[in-house]
Design a protein around this ligand. Structure first.
Ligand SMILES: Cc1cc2nc3c(=O)[nH]c(=O)nc-3n(C[C@H](O)[C@H](O)[C@H](O)COP(=O)(O)OP(=O)(O)OC[C@H]3O[C@@H](n4cnc5c(N)ncnc54)[C@H](O)[C@@H]3O)c2cc1C
Ligand code: FES
Length: 270
């Protein structure tokens, strides 16, 4: 029988991988989540704590998927602390996905925004020339660099890390690198996920040069299915209309990159 994706399915965490002191990957078996498209997300129920939106991470093993979580407030810390053998609930997958172009591609990921970028890498064609930019605050917070290099071993590729404090890779914001790269050459597709200001600057750099650009937005979500309105960005509901939006669309959205909604739904300036 086909699964109703709005019903919560209980899965058991089979493996916990420490990526950095504050980021962990939790692996579980689930045929539906193992096949999601890049950009799609799940609503994850941490029993007794809360429910959170999470991008779906790949697993090397068929039939398995994962969540890569950074501990922050109570809910994400609850998920971060889930041990092997413990159970969580998942519903979804929800949302649209990236339109994958062919040719010269630029993928920009900040923090756990790398998760959909890694899934996107599993869809690139062997002839694609792929540049991955990984942005992190410091060396301690860099993850998925080796994974990205391994996944691209048969492609012409570059994986470039930038840290805000210069403790690893290039020094500075990843968006400075984006600006430099799009200035030097044309990309057939530019993709971003991470802090909104990072996505906003990436979108501006690429869109102003007429390059195809898409960003996967992360907003406060409660229902995940277009009912509560907590994820709205201007006229758009991120859970229902996105999470992936084109540069053409985003460039006319007055809230994107400028305002966000707090947990009470009140509009605040970034
Ligand atoms: C589509 C999408 C994909 C995401 N993927 C990942 C991922 O792969 N890894 C990861 O670590 N983080 C991811 N996040 C962000 C993650 O959901 C937030 O970090 C998390 O909700 C904040 O957790 P917290 O412990 O600070 O929340 P708490 O302070 O405990 O508050 C939790 C409350 O905030 C609400 N909430 C819902 N969405 C958010 C949000 N985006 N930010 C803050 N609060 C929210 C919850 O419904 C809940 O009521 C994603 C967010 C979205 C929208
Ligand atoms: S999270 Fe409720 S409408 Fe998007």
């Amino acid at each position: 029988m086909q699964r109703n994706h709005n019903h919560t399915t209980i899965v058991t965490i089979e493996k916990v991988i420490d990526e950095t002191p504050t980021v962990r990957t939790l692996v579980f078996s689930d045929n539906v989540m193992s096949n999601v498209l890049p950009g799609q997300f799940a609503m994850v129920w941490i029993p007794g704590i809360n429910e959170l939106p999470m991008s779906v991470m790949i697993s090397k093993e068929p039939g398995k998927a994962a969540f890569t979580v950074r501990k922050h407030g109570p809910a994400s810390t609850g998920l971060f602390n889930v041990k092997e053998g413990q159970q969580i609930g998942i519903r979804g997958p929800y949302g649209n996905s990236f339109d994958l172009k062919e040719g010269k591609l630029l993928l920009v990921g900040g923090g756990t925004g790398l998760v959909p970028m890694i899934r996107l890498l599993s869809f690139v064609k062997p002839a694609d020339d792929v540049t991955v930019l990984i942005g992190a605050k410091s060396k301690d917070e860099v993850f998925f660099e080796d994974l990205a290099n391994n996944m691209l071993e048969n492609n012409p590729h570059k994986v470039i890390v930038s840290t805000d404090d210069g403790s690893y890779g290039e020094k500075g914001f990843v968006t400075d690198l984006v600006e430099k790269l799009v200035n030097e050459s044309h990309f057939d597709g530019v993709y971003a996920c991470g802090p909104e200001i990072m996505m906003y600057k990436t979108m501006q750099s690429a869109h102003s040069r007429n390059m195809f650009v898409q960003a996967s937005l992360e907003r406060m979500m409660k229902c995940g299915v277009g009912i509560c309105g907590s994820c709205c960005v201007g006229e758009d509901l991120v859970c229902r209309d996105g999470t992936v939006f084109d540069g053409d669309h985003l460039s006319s959205n007055k809230e994107f990159g400028h305002f966000y909604r707090n947990k009470a739904g009140i509009l605040e300036k970034y």
